[in-house]
Ligand binder design. Sequence first.
Ligand code: AOF
Ligand code: ZN
Length: 358
Amino acid sequence: MRAALALARRGLGTVWPNPAVGCVIVSQGRVVGRGWTQPGGRPHAETEALAMAGEAARGGTVYVTLEPCAHHGKTPPCAEALVSAGVARVVVAVQDPDPRVAGKGVALLSKAGVEVLEGLLEDEAAELNAGFFQRVTIGRPLVTLKLAGTLDGRIATHSGESRWITGEAARMAAHLLRAETDVIMVGSGTALYDDPDLTCRLGGLSERSPVRVVVDGRLRLPLTSRLVASANDIPTWVLTLEGCDGNRREAFMDAGVDVVEIPAGAEGSIDLEAALDALAESGVTRVLVEGGAHLSAALLRAGLVDRLIWFRSPRMMGGDGLAAAVAFGVDHLAQTPRFERIDVRPVGDDIMETYSRL
Ligand code: AOF
Ligand code: ZN
């Protein structure tokens, strides 16, 4: 199952709106088939593994990270394909929350006389597809806020220098995060001041650049920015307030940018919950937020940050450095957004800490 989870991970960022699934088929002590969900979500992992195994699947054991599907999509259900292939046993990590499946895949297998075991490495499998699970259950993608800063939590000097606080290994790890997400999101301030590319620039993974989303209530993003200039090559969406300037909207669309209008929230700025709902409706399961301090604070205050990844560089900057988020207006500890640490690892000279919302 660990091998199947490693295969599943390969699909993250490319398979949305579908989950990233991995499948390993073992027969007579040997691996005879391996598969993972293909870009765009099809073929499914089981189809790939069965195709590789061929006749060798008969009598074998299948390890699959998500319950095999039971619905007729573009192809017949995976659960049926497994039965037809004559496998003896299917070991499932976690149930598929998609109402078209949700237990029906396991039921179909059991009814056909295939032995089914459920729950092996369930937590790991659920975490891997937390984005898909959230899209299906609450209609919202998984939001991961990525930040890089000093030991005292500063992300730039007061003069605006931030390149580079963390070392090369940490920056490569951050690019890998981009490869594994469906959408990378920034606020308009960051888009204006940094003029970022927001692409994945890891060797061999440049095809894995996610959709770039700018939260820009007033359409401040310059038409001359790198993001707009490359919008015909890499999908770029601007989320703006309803009733935006029609001419400006037109100019963005002509440049290949998709402009999506979102209602205003209580404070007159974009309602971030509505923005995330709109992304989920487009099939997005995973959003990586890379700043800036205004968007980060707004998401944190609204309780919309599901995972927080903090790259911590071993240096101090002092109180004149810029904080990761602008003021929350918190008076008491009881009001602070809380997280639990789920992973910590050294990356070069820095430390990568991963937190989950409590
Ligand atoms: C599997 N193996 O590798 C994946 C599954 O639109 P369709 O027909 O491709 O179906 C999408 C649904 O299939 C998705 O919502 C989820 O329930 C399941 N995804 N199932 O057996 C896979 N990716
Ligand atoms: Zn399937």
